[in-house]
Design a protein around this ligand. Structure first.
Ligand SMILES: [Mn+2]
Length: 308
């Protein structure tokens, strides 16, 4: 696998080799499935750039997650690619990385990229569940004539698996609301989640393993993520998001995640930094809550503390 010139966290060579890394980051700068905004094509590079400023030590989890090895792949050439070919490209790449036994993180790009990765995970295990954290329910059958639009991603996911949980919504069309009602789809608006997070956690606990998380950064409040294509006010604070993610990793066997819809801007250094840190915390949570035996640890220093 071809590595990126710059590794996530700007790691020393021994910690970012593909062969030894437990975690693999795939930058996937596709923005062919969006309806407004733009700039998601530059987002993965901005996140990798920002990640060089992170502390290696996680001050909450109290260890250094990078020691598990984090390889950063070179982004594929997606220039002018159709949504269909994009799907095939990410599907093939994800299959290969998963076959090598890695924990794969895809950094988008717009939300249309999620279905290819999800398909690769679903083929490995048909009991896959998907947790979507997003301001939008993305349940349109198609949008602007495209079934692979970023606004239709959960419709595509639900064709693979009905085991879904959607949290953080602040923008839903009437047709989507009717579908949610008819099919009793577990969707928590931000207001509902804030009022009673435990209701969502109860559904989360009932989802079959394994679990894939697709995280659209517009789920966050603008005080955390300012630069995104289809912003909505009133989203997750940083601490609310950390609490929800912790619950997911604590209760479920997470097999992968993606982070999508950041749009790079020359006027905003904060948002890519927040995404870089979000990814590092999620890597840390994954390591912390996985059974140590399953990780075949190469470095005993990784776990100075036993998982709670
Ligand atoms: Mn969204």
């Amino acid at each position: 696998m071809q590595l990126n010139d710059k590794s996530y966290l700007d790691l020393e060579a021994e910690f970012c080799q593909y062969e030894s890394a437990k975690v693999v980051i795939l930058p996937f700068p596709y923005e062919g499935g969006i309806s407004s905004g733009g700039g998601t094509g530059e987002a993965p590079a901005a996140v990798i750039e920002a990640s060089a400023q992170l502390e290696f030590y996680d001050e909450i989890l109290k260890f250094e997650p990078y020691r598990a090895g984090i390889a950063t792949l070179a982004p594929p050439d997606l220039n002018g690619m159709s949504p269909e070919r994009m799907f095939d490209t990410i599907y093939a790449l994800a299959r290969r990385v998963l076959a090598d036994g890695k924990f794969l993180i895809v950094v988008g790009g717009d939300h249309s990229i999620s279905s290819g990765y999800c398909q690769a995970l679903f083929e490995k295990d048909h009991s896959l569940s998907v947790v979507q954290i997003d301001a939008h329910s993305d349940l349109r059958d198609s949008y602007l004539g495209s079934k692979l639009s970023h606004a239709s991603i959960m419709s595509r996911v639900r064709e693979m698996t009905k085991n879904t949980l959607q949290v953080g919504m602040r923008a839903i069309s009437r047709e989507e609301a009717e579908l949610i009602e008819q099919e009793k789809i577990p969707v928590f608006t931000m207001t509902e989640y804030r009022k009673d997070p435990e209701a969502a956690i109860t559904i989360l606990k009932r989802l079959p393993n394994p679990v894939f998380i697709t995280l659209d950064v517009d789920a966050f409040d603008w005080s955390v993520i300012w630069s995104t294509g289809t912003p909505e006010p009133g989203g997750f604070t940083w601490d609310e998001m950390m609490a929800f993610l912790t619950a997911i990793f604590q209760h479920k066997q997470v097999v992968g995640f993606d982070v999508v819809e950041l749009s790079a801007s020359p006027f905003d250094r904060n948002s890519p930094h927040a995404v870089a840190k979000l990814i590092y915390r999620m890597i840390g949570l994954w390591l912390h809550y996985q059974p140590a035996s399953a990780l075949d640890l190469i470095d005993p220093c990784l776990f100075p503390h036993q998982p709670a």
